[in-house]
Ligand binder design. Structure first.
Ligand code: SF4
Ligand code: SF4
Length: 224
C-alpha cells in the first residue's frame, strides 16, 4: 500500500488561513491503514484546527467526510455535495487522491494534508517500511522475494557491495543488508545456484525514468 504521513499542523493551518469553510476529506484506503488520513485522523485534524481558529478569534467552519477511495472517480464523483458547499478542500489522501479531487472539482483549491512517502507495508504496529520502488519489471523471483532496488541502500542488482558487517548495511545499524538477506534466503531454499547466473542489465524503461506510466486492460475496459 501507499504509506503517507501528515504534514505539520502549522503547514495545514497556513494553507487554509484565508478560508472560512473547509472540507476535510479523508480516504478509507491505504492512508487509513497507515493511520495518516482515515476517518479518525480527518475528524481529529478538523477539530484541532477549528478549536485553534476559535481561540484566535477567526472562526472556521469544518465539514468532514471520508471517501471510500479518492483515487477512484466513482467515489470522487460522490462527494460533489460536500465540495460545492465549501471554500476549499483539505485532502487527507495520498498525492493520487489529491490530484483526482483537484481534477474533478476545478473551481475549488485542494490542499494536500499528507506527505506521500513510499510503497510499503506494516512490519509492526506503528512501523511501516518501504518494500517496492515500483520499477515496473519485478525481479523478486530472482532474489528470494527481497527487493534489492529498494532494500539495498545502493540499489545494487548483482550482489553485495562488500560494506556490510554481521548482516547490517554500512549506512546504518538499523538497516539489514538486503544482499545478506537474499543470500541467506536463497541458501534456505537450496537455490544459491540462481545467484550465480549472470544477469543482463535491467531495462529501466518500465520504471519512472520512462515518463508517466499507464496500465491498460482492454479486457476490462467499458466501451462508451
Ligand atoms: S523489483 Fe521492482 S517491482 Fe519488484 S519489488 Fe523491487 S521495485 Fe518493486
Ligand atoms: S551493505 Fe548490503 S544493503 Fe548496504 S549498500 Fe552494501 S549490499 Fe546494499
Amino acid at each position: 500500500m501507499i504509506i503517507a504521513e501528515q504534514k505539520p499542523m502549522e503547514t495545514i493551518e497556513e494553507f487554509i488561513k484565508d478560508y472560512k469553510k473547509v472540507l476535510f476529506l479523508g480516504c478509507a484506503g491505504c492512508v487509513t491503514v497507515c493511520l495518516a488520513g482515515g476517518e479518525k485522523e480527518t475528524d481529529l485534524l478538523a477539530t484541532s484546527l477549528r478549536m485553534k481558529r476559535e481561540l484566535e478569534g477567526n472562526p472556521l467552519e469544518t465539514v468532514t467526510y471520508t471517501a471510500t477511495r479518492q483515487c477512484d472517480p466513482e467515489y470522487v464523483d460522490g462527494i460533489a455535495n460536500y465540495v460545492e458547499d465549501v471554500d476549499c478542500v483539505v485532502s487527507l489522501a495520498c498525492g493520487v487522491g489529491v490530484q483526482f479531487v483537484a481534477e474533478k472539482y476545478r473551481n475549488k483549491i485542494v490542499f494536500p494534508a499528507l506527505n506521500t512517502k513510499f510503497a510499503g507495508g506494516t512490519v509492526e504496529h506503528g512501523v511501516w517500511e518501504e518494500r517496492c520502488g515500483l520499477c515496473g519489471d519485478c525481479i523478486l523471483h530472482k532474489t528470494g522475494g527481497i527487493c534489492p532496488i529498494i532494500r539495498c541502500s545502493k540499489s545494487i542488482l548483482n550482489g553485495p557491495c562488500g560494506g556490510s558487517q554481521d548482516g547490517v548495511c554500512e549506512i546504518s545499524k538499523d538497516v539489514p543488508c538486503a544482499w545478506h538477506l537474499i543470500v541467506e534466503h536463497m541458501k534456505e531454499l537450496g537455490r544459491l545456484d540462481m545467484l550465480m547466473e549472470v544477469q543482463p542489465p535491467k531495462d529501466w524503461s518500465t520504471s519512472r525514468d520512462g515518463g508517466p506510466r499507464k496500465v491498460v486492460r482492454e479486457d476490462v475496459k467499458i466501451d462508451e
